[in-house]
Design a protein. Structure first.
Length: 412
């Protein structure tokens, strides 16, 4: 299928795997760094793109270096609100009408910045953009679907004292505790806080996530936090299968009740199964069937995977192709708009060209993003919204097909 970029941009889209601290505008990062006396390797965009935010990375560790600078400027309410507001508009301006933005609030807690201040500041930024767009003639007169958002809180599989003042204090208080217990405590504290703030402040905290290094830091360390989230009717997603094998994905689904899987790249990697799996290929086949049957949605981030795992090489080697072949519920996401220099339009264009996606495959992939999101509002509003989006999508495609047909007829 061939589809002009302008049409892809016009289509209603989602981004369900989008990190706040990886998606700043480069100009904003520089400005905030100057205002807050944060040292950067360069104070112009060309220099930062050459030294930090590169087109290609040698490893996941190199990819993550940029977060040292983005997190360093997100140290007050003004900065957090601003980047949230700008991120919302960056998405709206390319037709991304529903986003779920995730970040680790505990990374930003300081003596001068509380968890409540962090979450409410981020929400103000998104809410302001939402109100502006939804009151615009594009929505009120032209019939474009409105913009909605949700916030996902990330617990960390692993951290060190240097990660943030909050983690440093936690590790100092529990000096005698094994590190795994401290990781578990931190995620449990975050789970309790997110449920409380959702209920007390009516914040659209729609989901809980587990991020960070998979290898050596199993999801099972965070069962208590996820059980608490599960019992309190909050949705669950887990970074799994990004840097480790199928068993990590299975553990996320079974132990953490995951509704969605972040990345899931190594779903089809039997060679990464551990020694306890007697028949790796059979294990992968059954896991794939389970994911298909349960409609567990995979948040696919192609460019990010290609950058953090150079061994993939050609985009054709990406697992999204097999996800399409197996009719899995998978939706295209950016991961980090700044660090990966990408947009949802870029990611869809890459997927369409790489795997020669058919019109039904593209429609399903985009619709999955709307149907399998963690929408904060009432179910009836969500149903109405999804129906609006699908109708709008079909109108754009029908108009494009008509223009193509008329163009061909004129040429003939």
């Amino acid at each position: 299928m061939q589809l002009p970029r302008s049409v892809i941009k016009a289509l209603p889209k989602t981004d369900l795997h989008l990190h706040l601290d990886g998606s700043l505008r480069l100009s904003t990062l520089i400005e905030l760094a100057k205002e807050r006396n944060v040292k950067l390797p360069s104070y112009n965009e060309e220099g930062l793109n050459e030294l930090v935010f590169r087109p290609h990375y040698s490893s996941l560790m190199e990819y993550l270096q940029g977060f040292n600078y983005t997190c360093a400027v997100l140290i007050d309410e003004e900065a957090l609100e601003r980047v949230a507001y700008e991120l919302a508009w960056d998405n709206i301006n390319e037709g991304v009408l529903y986003i779920e933005v995730r970040f680790a609030p505990q990374l930003h807690i300081t003596e001068n910045l509380s968890l409540e201040q962090i979450l409410t500041a981020v929400n103000r930024g998104f809410q302001k953009a939402q109100k502006e767009y939804n009151a615009s003639p594009k929505v009120t007169k032209e019939g474009t679907p409105p913009f909605y958002y949700g916030i996902i809180a990330c617990a960390m599989r692993f951290f060190v004292a240097q990660s943030s003042p909050y983690y440093a204090k936690l590790m100092d208080v529990f000096r005698e505790a094994p590190e795994k217990e401290i990781y578990s405590m931190a995620s449990m504290e975050l789970a309790r806080a997110m449920v409380r703030m959702r209920d007390e402040y009516d914040l659209p905290i729609v989901g809980f996530d587990l991020a960070g290094a998979e290898y050596g830091h199993p999801a099972s360390d965070h069962i208590a936090a996820y059980n608490y989230i599960h019992r309190n009717f909050m949705h669950k997603t887990v970074h799994a299968g990004e840097a480790y094998g199928p068993e990590s994905i299975f553990q996320a689904i079974t132990d953490l009740h995951a509704d969605r899987i972040g990345h899931g790249y190594h779903l089809f990697s039997p060679e990464l199964c551990g020694p306890n799996v007697k028949n790796p290929q059979q294990y992968v086949d059954r896991l794939c069937r389970h994911i298909a049957d349960s409609r567990t949605t995979i948040e696919v981030c192609m460019t990010s995977n290609l950058q953090t795992n150079p061994k993939i090489g050609d985009p054709k080697n990406h697992a999204f192709g097999k996800m399409l072949q197996n009719n899995l519920s998978a939706t295209i996401c950016t991961d980090n708009r700044l660090v990966s220099h990408t947009t949802v339009t870029d990611e869809l264009e890459l997927a369409i060209k790489t795997f020669d996606m058919t019109p039904p495959q593209l429609r399903n992939t985009i619709v999955y993003g709307f149907k399998r999101n963690f929408f904060y509002g009432p179910y009836n509003l969500r149903r109405k919204y999804v129906r609006h989006v699908i109708d709008y999508y079909d109108e754009i495609i029908a108009k494009h097909n008509k223009e193509v047909k008329e163009g061909k007829e004129k040429k003939a």
